[in-house]
Ligand binder design. Structure first.
Ligand SMILES: [Zn+2]
Length: 392
């Protein structure tokens, strides 16, 4: 949300390195690093004339249940205290808000798990500089339309954009467009599981309709073929409408199989269709575990950033996630860095030492399986891209 002095420092450091001839530095080569922090030697050259915007993106943020109890004991800033500075440094900070924030409504019959965070918890998002959150997920309607609409107004009152939900389907499909440093960045958000009827006694789906509040659907439950899926086609239509209006298109997708390290086949096909339609970055979440990254044409796909703030301390896998930091430019995602995240007692921390090495290793291996190869530099996985993405 703030002007990011770190990036200025990086540019200055990199320029100095170039001037003293310490770095062999092809100007057109974009480099993607997966490491604990941005390696200043990896920044590309032509950003001196092209405008850029820095983005920080994280996965699932759930401020209810046990996280709520930690907040009661330690204050609203508690879950994000260790990462707030890093998040707020980015020009734009994004995450998936997995819990409604409000007091009203009643439990949606048949759901089985219901989240609803206290209104004061919104201040933890403000404190961390969140600019946009997706509300398109399978918990947004846990307390029905009442708490969902409260969530939207609580976010709005705190100057945080919500995307992927609204008072009706038209609103839910509306993009959020943020203009920074002369660049227009467009966000869209969708969720799987939006078409499920949870209880036949109360057949309310999570997806919005023409006259009912809800979220924007990503794909039909049980989808196998993206090209015949009506919801996928709707998402593609929204992307096609947005592409001419902005410089960079980011689509948030709440999708995939829970506790699974690999994306499903149809997700990869869906991602390729989106990128073919002009999407630059896909930010995925929902499986409660990180997944690999993939490069397709000019786009970057983060299938799942995993948990960010959650109380699933029952396994190492659900306590690990990723923070994606990207430099956006008129060509799309120019560089990207992953910071490994570890959640301890419902508090997100940037992992260090052996924990960082383990998470980086998993990310590198999973990405390699998706065709994205990492080289190792100074015990850190670093990915070099041969060609810079060209905006279609
Ligand atoms: Zn979910």
């Amino acid at each position: 949300m703030k002007r990011n002095f770190l990036w200025d420092a990086i540019i200055i450091t990199s320029l100095t390195a170039l001037l003293v001839g310490g770095v062999a530095w092809p100007l057109q080569q974009a480099t993607w690093g997966i490491e604990n922090k941005l390696d200043t030697t990896e920044v590309t050259g032509n950003q001196f004339d092209a405008p850029t915007v820095t983005l920080a993106a994280v996965g699932d943020i759930m401020l209810s249940r046990k996280v709520g109890r930690f907040i009661d004991q330690n204050g609203t800033d508690y879950p994000l205290r260790e990462v707030a500075g890093k998040l707020a440094q980015a020009d734009i900070t994004f995450g998936n808000l997995e819990s409604p924030i409000g007091t009203g409504g009643s439990r949606l019959p048949g759901k089985g798990i219901w989240f609803r965070a206290e209104p004061r918890t919104v201040s933890s998002l403000v404190y961390s500089g969140f600019d946009v959150v997706s509300v398109a997920n399978n918990h947004a309607l846990d307390y029905n339309s009442e708490a969902f609409l409260e969530t939207l107004s609580n976010l709005k009152d705190n100057k945080i954009h919500s995307v992927g939900g609204g008072e009706n389907i038209a609103e839910a499909r509306e993009p959020v467009i943020i203009e920074k440093n002369g660049l227009k960045i467009g966000f869209l958000a969708y969720s799987e599981m939006a078409d499920i009827i949870w209880s036949f006694q109360y057949p309310r789906r999570l997806m919005a309709t023409e006259d009912e509040a809800g979220i924007a659907p990503a794909a039909a439950t049980g989808i196998t073929d993206v090209d015949s899926d009506p919801y996928v086609q709707t998402v593609l239509k929204d992307v096609e409408d947005l592409v001419p209006k902005v410089d960079v298109v980011i689509v948030s997708l709440h999708w995939g199989q829970e506790y699974n390290y690999e994306p499903l086949d149809y997700q990869r096909q869906f991602a390729y269709r989106l990128i073919d339609a002009g999407v630059d970055l896909i930010v995925g979440h929902h499986p409660h575990t990180l997944q690999g990254l993939e490069r397709y044409k000019q786009g970057l796909i983060a299938y799942s950033l995993g948990n960010f703030i959650f109380d699933q301390s029952f396994s190492q896998q659900t306590s690990e996630g990723l923070m994606l930091e990207a430099i956006l430019s008129p060509v799309g995602v120019k560089t990207a860095t992953i910071s490994p995240i570890f959640i301890k007692d419902a508090q997100a921390q940037v992992a260090e030492g052996e924990t960082a090495n383990r998470i980086n290793g998993i990310t590198a291996r999973l990405s390699q399986e998706l065709g994205l190869d990492f080289g190792w530099q100074s015990a850190r996985p670093v990915l070099s891209l041969k060609d810079e993405g060209v905006k279609i």
